[in-house]
Design a binder for this molecule. Structure first.
Ligand code: GLU
Length: 284
């Protein structure tokens, strides 16, 4: 049975790009007689807002999308993430990091070729070898990428409908954060655990998350989780040619809904690739 999901973070209102992604994930499952799940990725307590959750549910219903099962909230699954972190710590693959953003920016202020990762500066490893870390100070937990890769004996691969069979190469991400100072798990950890726990077979999401999949594949290996198939789709671009962001307020689904637009008609237009005037789909 095919299982797909849409996994928005309730840190703002959904825009047309989210609608495009939700429709693709929904239709992927429905066209194959499968199940479509909705997961709210709300572990970021400082940026997630309950009122956005309400709006997201209404937006999806307005588009005509229906999900199976109860909505899953990451904020209610923290013990799962903690258990995984404990396992990785016990295996000696994590270390506490006390650096602030400013510390990291300063240490990579003279970037040299290759010092940037897919998600910004690569952590320079300042805290990797601390002798007696004082865990009463604010800290995050980072994956020791070199040690993690040392546990890999056969190539880590994943299937992507756009990219083919991909060999995961997470090294350029550096020592990624798995538990944040201000949140009990990072996106990488929570998304990997939840997709496995919910039995997601096919991950349909934007091309902007393709790079992160290399890290997710490594985490699947470290935690002994099944490897789903991936379908990274092109992003919808705004009238300025830039990817849509929450700051493009006019294109939020809530604004269109409140202006009396027909959500089902909008969803059908997006399905046919007929984008609202001024929008374009970026090629992958
Ligand atoms: N929560 C993530 C976001 O809103 C998406 C997660 C995913 O699809 O893997 O960007």
């Amino acid at each position: 049975m095919i299982v797909s999901r849409f996994a928005p973070s309730p840190t703002g209102r959904l825009h047309l790009g989210h609608a495009f992604s939700a429709i693709r994930a929904h239709d992927f499952a429905r066209e194959r007689g499968g199940r479509f799940l909705l997961r709210i990725e709300d572990i970021d307590g400082t940026r997630s807002r309950p009122e956005h959750v309400e709006t997201i549910l209404r937006d999806l219903e307005w588009l005509g999308l229906r999900w199976d099962d109860e909505v899953v909230f990451q904020s209610q699954r923290l013990s799962l993430y903690e258990a995984a972190l404990e396992r990785l710590k016990a295996a000696g693959l994590l270390y506490p990091c006390f650096c602030t953003r400013a510390d990291i920016a300063a240490s990579v202020s003279a970037p040299h070729p290759g010092s940037g990762g897919p998600e910004g500066p690569v952590y320079p490893g300042t805290c990797r070898t601390l002798d007696a870390p004082d865990l009463s100070r604010p800290h995050c937990w980072r994956l020791d990428m070199a040690r993690a890769l040392a546990t890999v004996s056969a190539p880590l691969r994943f299937e992507d409908s756009g990219h083919g069979l991909v060999e995961a190469d997470p090294v350029s991400h550096g020592d990624v954060v798995l538990a944040r100072k201000d949140a009990p798990a990072s996106y990488h950890l929570a998304v990997t655990i939840d997709d496995a726990a919910q039995g997601v077979t096919d991950i349909v999401r934007g091309e902007d998350l393709f790079a992160a999949t290399h890290v997710h594949r490594l985490l699947q290996h470290l935690l002994g989780l099944p490897v789903p198939r991936y379908h990274h789709h092109p992003l919808l671009l705004g009238p300025d040619g830039q990817r849509l962001a929450k700051r493009h307020n006019a294109s939020t689904l809530a604004a269109l809904r409140e202006a009396g637009e027909d959500g089902h008609a909008l969803a059908d237009a997006l399905r046919k690739g007929e984008l609202p005037i001024g929008f374009a789909a970026a090629s992958a």
